[in-house]
Design a protein around this ligand. Structure first.
Ligand SMILES: Nc1ncnc2c1ncn2[C@@H]1O[C@H](COP(=O)(O)OP(=O)(O)O)[C@@H](O)[C@H]1O
Ligand SMILES: [Mg+2]
Length: 266
């Protein structure tokens, strides 16, 4: 049985082979502003899960928690059968393994891109994970070709358009080939062509076997990129889970969580 390096807690049988397990997780910012309240969620390898809910319900906070950027105020979070805590992430080996397995595409690409040029930006992750310069460079070329951003390679990220920055941010995540991808409102603020491109990419990544958790308001593409939807109330709790068709057909549910308005045709 797998054990955690720091606490030597055995992974329970129920969490072994599970990608993410949140058990009754609550989180408040500054101990005052609630963002998650008693959230229990299991994500299995290869699943594509959509987090749905009105602004402020806690989607981004949950994604940050799944990426080990914030930690539960109460409740427990395990990834790949191991507890993820401030303590366990202090273990270099555990932290590197976790970071290489989980990639997070932030909603705001400006918070994600900071290097002087795109090539360096994309190389940052592989170098951080200890890859040699040659291998990092080969990986960078590969992902630049995969995303069709050759023309951006020598440009400064901060000069790029929103859609171009998003591609660079995605390249900087895909370059380390994580098995889990977290996307926070990936298509928000993109033009229709970039939205289409990105939806297609997420669909392809899912088909390639990636585990994908994404937060979205875009109900129109749900059935293409999610197997399961998790619906949050404005009280930061999960109020429903189900397949996209089932959730989209439940007008009362969508109204109650403020995902549609009474005049909406959906
Ligand atoms: N840095 C922060 N400081 C204080 N409160 C925050 C912070 N970030 C988010 N919150 C609060 O936490 C709640 C959940 O926010 P968030 O996870 O961003 O929701 P969503 O992504 O669903 O819009 C909101 O009430 C929000 O105001
Ligand atoms: Mg958000």
């Amino acid at each position: 049985m797998a054990t955690d390096p720091k606490t030597a807690e055995p992974a329970t049988a129920s969490t072994a082979g599970v990608t993410f397990e949140c058990r009754e997780v609550s989180y408040s910012y500054l101990d005052r502003y609630p963002a998650l309240d008693g959230v229990s969620l299991t994500v299995r390898p290869g699943e594509r899960v959509a987090l749905l809910g009105a602004n402020g319900c806690g989607k981004s906070t949950l994604l940050k928690l799944l990426d080990g950027l914030v930690f539960p105020s109460s409740g427990a979070f395990t990834a790949f059968g191991q507890p993820v805590t401030e303590d366990t992430l202090e273990d270099e080996q555990f932290s590197q393994a976790f970071r290489s397995r989980v990639g997070f595409v932030f909603q705001n690409s400006d918070a994600q891109v900071f290097s002087p040029n795109v090539r360096e930006e994309i190389a940052f992750g592989p170098l951080q994970l200890g890859l040699g310069a040659d291998e990092a460079s080969a990986r960078v070329d590969e992902v630049i070709a995969m995303l069709g951003i050759e023309a951006l390679a020598d440009r400064a990220p901060f000069q790029l358009s929103g859609g171009q920055k998003k591609r660079v941010a995605i390249a900087s995540v895909l370059v380390t080939n994580p098995e889990v991808l977290l996307f926070d409102e990936p298509t928000a603020a993109l033009d229709p062509r970039s939205q289409y491109w990105l939806t297609d990419l997420i669909e392809q990544l899912g088909a390639a076997g990636k585990t994908i958790v994404h937060a979205t308001h875009d109900l129109d593409v749900l059935s293409r990129i999610a197997d399961r939807c998790v619906v949050f109330s404005e009280e930061h709790r999960i109020v429903a889970e189900g397949g996209p068709e089932e959730v989209l057909a439940d007008r009362d549910l969508l109204l109650s969580v403020n995902l549609i308005h009474p005049g909406s045709r959906r």
